[in-house]
Ligand binder design. Structure first.
Ligand code: NAI
Length: 344
């Protein structure tokens, strides 16, 4: 099994090497992201392993298919960067459905606490021996209403954490689950009643810009928005307008619509071309982390172990393909649980 590993970072390599060694897989690490220009690097490999900002659109899939590659292994839960429909019948696509939902849910709460208690400012102040409290007044989370959009693995853990803080939880999900211990409401009601809105649904055609101008108009004045899911769930221009109009009280962003060529890179000695991101970062009530929510030791180990196992199942278990994303069934993820066979 020869695997071309794109967008490799130093923290990815040790856990992947460890699990690959166990099954005799050969990994070739490329720092560059997968796209139409770099797909050529995968020639001679049996599979490609990609992350959230690699691109596997129709053109890339056709190139990989022409090189004889039949498996794309996402080392992420989200798969909006892969054209699953186009891959159907050509290349099997696997992902890591859960590696540490705790990592993401805990990061969402960390961002929220940091913002509402101004910890990002306090940290900088005390490092400069400025012990003034002026401007650092926060508010209690206890008793506040949090609206959670998407009550899957991460959303549920985030709701548990919020319950632990004594918050009222409202939830919206296109496919509400039973026995989740939250009150499901329509999206509009959630937007109207929540002091904090946290996004935990996947990015689909339907959820793109779920938080846009119209949604922002419906939200409470001073609402805090938390997005640790996917950047394009939020219309970043509308968000900036809402912040400038003082309608939005703050934003915690681990993801950003145009993050692909920016996040995971060091631009500290460079010029950032993205004015919208620069303006958001300049706001005193916006905290941006660089798609970091997944980054815990536990998660990195689980990602490597599951990805290598997914790849192994395709090459070594006839007719099986663990954690395949199946386009045919419409419900791309849940299908695999039912059939436990290859999608095609
Ligand atoms: P999940 O699949 O367990 O849950 C997603 C939930 O969203 C499901 O309950 C589903 O019914 C719901 N949903 C689907 N369409 C919807 C719609 N139109 N409106 C409202 N809800 C809808 O996924 P999980 O593991 O909880 O992950 C959620 C998202 O978190 C992923 O899709 C991914 O984009 C993001 N993520 C971000 C990470 C980061 O490092 N920032 C790391 C891992 C995941």
């Amino acid at each position: 099994m020869k695997i071309a590993f794109f967008d490799a970072k130093p923290y990815d390599i040790p856990p992947f090497e460890k699990y690959a060694r166990d099954v005799g897989a050969e990994l070739k690490f490329f720092e560059t992201k997968l796209d139409q220009d770099t797909a050529e690097l995968a020639r001679g490999s049996d599979a490609v392993c990609i992350f959230v900002n690699d691109t596997a659109n129709a053109a890339v899939i056709d190139k990989l298919y022409a090189y004889g590659i039949r498996l794309i292994a996402l080392r992420s839960a989200g798969y909006n960067n892969v054209d699953i429909k186009h891959a159907f019948g050509k290349i099997h696509v696997v992902h890591v459905p859960a590696y540490s939902p705790y990592a993401v849910a805990e990061h969402a709460m960390a961002l929220l606490l940091e913002l509402v208690r101004h910890l990002h400012k306090a940290y900088v102040r005390t490092r400069d021996f400025n012990f003034s409290l002026q401007g650092l007044t926060g508010f209690d989370l206890h008793g506040k209403t949090v609206g959670v959009i998407g009550t899957g693995k991460i959303g549920r853990i985030f709701m548990d954490i919020c319950h632990g803080f004594g918050m009222n939880v409202l939830a919206y999900d296109k496919y509400p689950a039973e026995n989740v211990g939250c009150r499901y409401v329509e999206l509009d009601e959630l937007l109207e009643k929540s002091d904090i809105v946290s996004l935990h649904c996947p990015l689909t055609e339907e959820t793109k810009h779920i938080i846009g101008r119209q949604a922002i108009e419906k939200m409470k004045k001073g609402v805090i928005l938390v997005n640790t899911s996917r950047g394009a769930l939020v219309d970043a221009e509308a968000l900036l307008e809402g912040i400038k109009a003082r309608r939005i009280g703050g934003a915690c962003l681990d993801v950003y619509e145009e993050e692909a060529n920016i996040f995971f890179n060091d631009f500290s000695a460079d010029i950032i071309d993205d004015d919208l991101l620069a303006r958001l970062i300049s706001m005193p009530n916006v905290i941006v982390t660089s798609h970091q929510a997944f980054l815990t030791e536990e998660a990195l180990n689980n990602i490597a172990e599951t990805t290598i196992r997914n790849i192994q199942s395709y090459f070594e278990k006839d007719g099986l393909c663990d954690n395949e994303l199946c386009y045919r069934c419409g419900r791309i993820e849940s299908c695999e649980k039912k059939r436990r066979q290859r999608c095609f």
